[in-house]
Design a protein around this ligand. Structure first.
Ligand SMILES: N[C@@H](CCC(=O)N[C@@H](CS)C(=O)NCC(=O)O)C(=O)O
Length: 230
């Protein structure tokens, strides 16, 4: 059975949703990133960048175990393993891949910074808040325009590109977004949110998640613990 080292955050939700969509059996191992579990040597052995999610599949390529970190790589691996949610036609496949890369390189990091400076930063820095809120709005605009022309983000079919982007937009309020500015994206968001596998995926570990506001959680995520050499 696939082991999923994870927490109830957008990058974790991507993998939980994918596993649910593919109907794969999995076991979740909670990595409480507010408590510093991501720095434990046994987790770093499979995820050297001290971030969730990571997976271990005992039944990997050629029947041998494989461990993987980085949510985009995990989505691609699971799509390859099951033959699901990544189109077989070469043109559509690359369309999906470009939007997956757009999520990994843009949507995740930038919306993460918007959330950080708007919610978590101990001091309110207007320049940073404005920069990342504007960037969040710009990225929502790119997606809205895409969905005015395409039923789903990657191509005409629901795919790993939708799965990668959806969990990030659940925090729209904290990113300073008003849905009325992005009607095509809102229609897509509601449709994806209604999928039974998505609803099951976002519930994984949700009851264990705590607000990351305690001093110890701030220290684990943003303090000196992050910068020790391991
Ligand atoms: N590019 C990575 C980002 C993963 C990531 O940022 N994970 C966060 C939670 S959403 C984390 O584990 N943070 C803990 C830490 O930075 O110590 C991926 O997509 O898997």
């Amino acid at each position: 059975m696939i082991e999923v080292y994870s927490w109830a955050t957008p990058n974790g939700h991507k993998v939980h949703i994918m596993l649910e969509e593919c109907g794969l059996a999995y076991r979740v191992i909670p990595v409480d990133i507010g408590a510093g579990d991501q720095f434990k040597p046994e987790f770093l052995a499979i995820s050297p960048n001290n971030k969730i999610p990571a997976i271990v599949d005992p039944d990997g390529p050629e029947g041998k175990p494989i461990s993987l970190f980085e949510s985009g790589a995990i989505l691609l691996y699971l799509a390859g393993k099951t033959g699901k949610l990544l189109p077989h036609s070469v043109a559509a496949r690359y369309e999906v891949l470009q939007w997956l890369m757009f999520q990994m390189g843009g949507v995740g990091p930038m919306l993460g910074q918007a959330h950080h400076f708007r919610i978590y930063a101990p001091e309110k820095i207007p320049y940073a808040i404005e920069r990342y809120t504007n960037e969040a709005k710009r990225l929502y605009g790119v997606l809205d325009k895409r969905l005015a022309r395409s039923k789903y983000i990657g191509c005409a079919e629901y795919s790993i590109a939708d799965i990668a982007i959806f969990p990030w937009l659940r925090s729209w309020k904290n990113q300073g977004i008003s849905w009325s500015d992005f009607p095509h994206l809102k229609g897509w968001f509601d449709e994806v949110a209604a999928r039974p596998a998505v609803q099951r995926g976002v519930e994984v570990l949700a009851n264990q998640r705590k607000p990351l506001v305690s001093d110890s959680a701030r220290e684990a995520l943003f303090g000196s613990q992050q910068y020790q050499r391991r």
